[in-house]
Design a protein around this ligand. Structure first.
Ligand code: SF4
Ligand code: SF4
Ligand code: SF4
Length: 471
């Protein structure tokens, strides 16, 4: 589709990043965007090849790129703060834009056009299930290279066959969560409504490779699958990229709420946060051998003669954590539905957005702590090895350093923020029995806060002195 550039002389508001010279240059300038994308593409290709050339554990570079930069910083840190900026520089999305133009442009079949595929298969099963059950798998650079090469092949195939960047929407492990995650971010892409009212031909929408219309984002209070590729901003000056309050969309009505977003909050709360508290928190305390997932896991491991490279304890912790979260959510929302005389689905689609900060903001604690204990020296040593820099990075902190406890504040910020959003959404949702509805629907954030507190108390009172093997 040929897109004509629309120039409009407008006064940008103070929060519009496109009106700030340096930031506008960094986020909108086509040469800068091209440079970032080329750089991440280079990193993807070089670190994947490096994984095949040097598949031993002596290869520090491949795992550093994928597990100390791409995964933790782009997914855990940038998505909930800056929004989908990883997509903006993503090498797969970069290639996809060109491949799609040359490809078959077929409409994806209905069964495939389903974002749950990306969430459950690419994200939960292919990554988290493997991480907990086969903890050594991703430590091997060869496996890491195979893992990312598979996603690269899959993306090329999808971009070539289907239109509308279907891989990003339905398969990519990050694409499956970015709409939900970026709701807590402080950036927002939309357009100047005054200019759009009289617009006869929405060049912004015609330019969008994802077939989105940014002039509708404000009205819907949703940026749907927007990956901040900035093609629309190149096409029309009336597109704006604003700094807004953190999670501002969570306080407003959402005209077209998506069950996938709520599923992301709830499932990943179980899969990531609760499982981490169980398996990487309480299982590392002196009370490890009393934890039900450790007791059951050890029993099954020896009774079934399962080899030690399979961690049944991790798998049981995952299953127990997910079951607990789903049960809590289901029972409390059934009760809310009964009290309010509304449907379970309606209650979920309005109140469920309050759970956004729990896993997303709470998860920052883990990543920031790991930056000081692992990621920093992994990155320095990995790049030094791959580019022959001769630098030796040392760890910035050791596990157990008291000051690292500073990061333990994030889960509490997340829990109380979630309760605050929940109250606002309850007020929006019903006029009757608001306090009761709030207390019942708050069961997840309350249990989350209790579990965070309990983990700290147990770790302090019963530090590790024995037994359970730590992965
Ligand atoms: S959705 Fe996935 S493949 Fe698409 S741009 Fe974002 S990270 Fe890249
Ligand atoms: S609808 Fe799109 S193309 Fe038209 S003025 Fe608004 S931003 Fe520009
Ligand atoms: S709305 Fe704009 S920034 Fe978002 S995906 Fe479409 S073209 Fe890219």
């Amino acid at each position: 589709m040929h897109v004509t550039k629309v120039h409009i002389a407008l006064k940008r508001n103070k929060r519009d990043i496109f009106g700030m010279p340096i930031l506008s240059f960094l986020f909108k300038n086509k040469y800068m965007l091209f440079f970032y994308r080329l750089f991440t593409l280079f990193l993807l290709i070089y670190s994947t090849l490096y994984g095949f050339i040097n598949p031993t554990k002596g290869n520090l570079f491949t795992n550093a790129v994928f597990w100390s930069i791409f995964w933790p910083f782009f997914m855990t840190v940038s998505l909930p703060t800056l929004g989908s900026v990883f997509c903006m520089v993503c090498p797969h999305g970069f290639l996809g834009k060109y491949i799609t133009k040359l490809g078959l442009k077929l409409r994806p079949p209905k069964w495939l056009a389903n974002p749950y595929i990306g969430l459950v298969s690419s994200n939960i099963l292919v990554y988290w299930f493997v991480l907990y059950t086969f903890p050594g798998f991703f430590r091997n650079p060869f496996n890491t290279a195979i893992f990312f090469l598979s996603f690269t092949f899959l993306s090329v195939l999808f971009f070539f066959v289907f239109r509308g960047m279907a891989y990003c929407k339905y398969i990519c492990p990050i694409g499956s969560v970015n709409t939900a995650f970026s709701r807590t971010s402080f950036t927002w892409l939309s357009t100047y409504e005054e200019e759009c009212k009289s617009c006869k031909k929405p060049e912004c929408a015609l330019a969008c490779p994802y077939e989105l219309n940014p002039s509708k984002f404000d009205k819907k209070n949703s940026m749907t699958y927007c990956t901040l590729c900035m093609e629309c901003a190149k096409a029309c000056d009336a597109v704006r990229f604003e700094v807004r309050g953190w999670g501002s969309s969570l306080y407003k009505e959402i005209s077209n709420p998506k069950s996938i977003e709520i599923a992301v909050y709830i499932l990943l709360l179980g899969v990531i946060t609760f499982t981490m508290r169980f398996h990487h928190g309480l299982s590392r305390s002196g009370l490890a051998n009393y934890m039900p997932w450790v007791v059951v896991g050890k029993h099954l491991q020896s009774a079934l003669g399962i080899p030690s490279w399979v961690d049944i304890t991790g798998l049981i912790a995952l299953l127990m954590a997910v079951s607990l979260v789903l049960l809590l959510f289901y029972v409390s929302f059934r009760l809310v539905a009964k009290i309010t005389e509304k449907s379970f689905k309606e209650c979920t689609l309005v109140l469920g957005y309050a759970f956004a900060p729990l896993m997303i903001v709470g998860g920052l604690s883990h990543t920031l702590e790991f930056f000081f204990t692992e990621y920093y020296h992994n990155i320095v040593n990995g790049f030094s090895q791959a580019f022959g820099l001769g630098i030796h990075g040392v760890t910035l902190a050791k596990r157990g350093d008291i000051w690292l406890n500073l990061f333990k504040i994030f889960p509490f910020v997340a829990g109380f923020w979630s309760l605050n959003i929940l109250w606002k959404r309850v007020v929006m949702f019903t006029k009757d029995k608001r306090k009761l509805v709030f207390i019942l629907s708050a069961s997840l954030p309350l249990v989350y806060l209790l579990l965070s507190l309990l983990t700290i108390i147990v770790m302090v009172l019963f530090p590790v002195h024995h037994a359970h093997k730590i992965h």
